[in-house]
Ligand binder design. Structure first.
Ligand code: CA
Length: 197
């Protein structure tokens, strides 16, 4: 009886050894495959109407615009000429101080990955120095990045890389944020937000 049990144990040990390598290989392949699927799935465009071509009145569809007119009722964000078709024109009409202005839209939470690098690309036109734009997710400033808006006569391109928060709440809000002092105007167009590998 004892030798029978010993034989069974040895047989099981031999089977375990034979199964270890194929099972490990299968686990590795499944894990790699899962990573690949995740990366492929999230490579698409995350913004809706980032080109601002779809409008409703003077405002682009799918975006919430915050012109922040508390300081000056002439602050505005309106549909205007862009680098391609329509764009957005911002006017900060306050001579002193900065009244923050931003645009935002909710992203599809199922298409986002927490603690992941994303890249926003955009076109801009500005004729004065010192302007800057920042992009944030979930309203979490620590997850954001910013880019200087260099003055020039024509349209220029910019990009901002930023990492999503370690935990994504239900507030999957993307914000493009401006705080520019003085009575100035600037324009943006062709926003694109994608997974950065
Ligand atoms: Ca456009």
């Amino acid at each position: 009886m004892k030798s029978s049990n010993t034989a069974q144990i040895l047989t099981l040990q031999a089977m375990s050894r034979r199964l270890f390598l194929p099972l490990s290989l299968a686990f590795f392949l499944l894990t790699s495959c899962e990573d690949q699927i995740t990366q492929n799935f999230y490579k698409g465009e995350l913004l809706t109407n980032g080109t601002f071509e779809n409008i409703s009145g003077t405002s682009p569809s799918d975006w919430t615009l915050q012109a922040n007119q508390l300081g000056n009722v002439n602050n505005s964000i309106i549909s205007s000429t862009g680098s391609s078709g329509r764009g957005l024109r911002f006017t900060h009409a306050e001579g002193t101080g900065c009244w923050e202005m931003w645009i935002e839209q909710n992203l599809d939470l199922s298409e986002l990955v927490a603690d992941q690098l994303y890249e926003l690309t955009f076109d801009y036109q500005v004729s004065f120095g010192g302007a800057r734009v920042s992009a944030t997710m979930n309203g979490d400033i620590s997850s954001g990045g910013s880019h200087p808006l260099n003055s020039g006569s024509g349209w220029q391109s910019g990009s901002i890389q930023f990492r999503t928060p370690k935990t994504l709440s239900n507030n999957s809000r993307f914000m493009l944020h401006f705080c520019i002092q003085g009575m100035n105007s600037w324009s943006i167009d062709q926003l694109s937000l994608k997974f950065k590998e």
